[in-house]
Design a protein. Sequence first.
Length: 251
Amino acid sequence: MDFSPWVHTALDFFFPAECVYCHDFAGDDRTLIFCRACWESIVKLRPPSCPRCGQPYRSMVVMQHTPDFLCGDCRLSPPFFDRALSATAYTDVIKEAILQFKFHQKPALGKYLIQLLLSCLPDDIDWADYDAILPVPLHKIRQRQRGYNQSVILAKILAWRCNLKPMLANLIRIRATGVQWPLKERRQRKQNVKNAFRLCFPERVKGKNLILIDDIFTTGATVNECSRILKKAGAQSILVLTLSRAGLSDT
Ligand SMILES: [Zn+2]
Ligand SMILES: [Zn+2]
């Protein structure tokens, strides 16, 4: 029987019976859309890490003595966001799940990816402290090609789960930047997104505590440029949440 992609999406939503990576049996409440072996292979990021950008540290020792010890990158060039947290390291299993979510017309996977994110976040986040959640925007041409923006879906689901106010039509991408992934250098990535974003209603972020959500954190250039625009408009604080962190040396 030939189902349309949207029927498949609906079926996947209710019966995610196959592991998104290896197609083995999946679907127990704990392992979500993965089989047990793939679930166990996912590297969930836990402390210790840089309190600003979330870069994992190898040893707990430094944090025991100096809990606010910043990584070299944050000391050299402090980001505009106040804190960034990622759920997982960007290894094969999670990469495939995010690829399917983004490019294979499977927006329903977002529900499980948010569940994974929530299960990895530290307990000290009080959702009531935040005024709104914003997705990292796609340029309208890219969004038209893809059909949807994965970060908007993530923002909507997290808003619903944590009783946050979604702010979906304020921060927009005004420049269709080239893709970030082939650019290896931090400086190139920074340049690629420079002045790519704009706020339609800057007054709505003034004095607000905001959450910015995206799928992958690599050097943080994209979320940092969004944060720069938000802070320039008077945002009080910005927490960046991402599903996965790429470019970690030991994973
Ligand atoms: Zn599997
Ligand atoms: Zn850092």
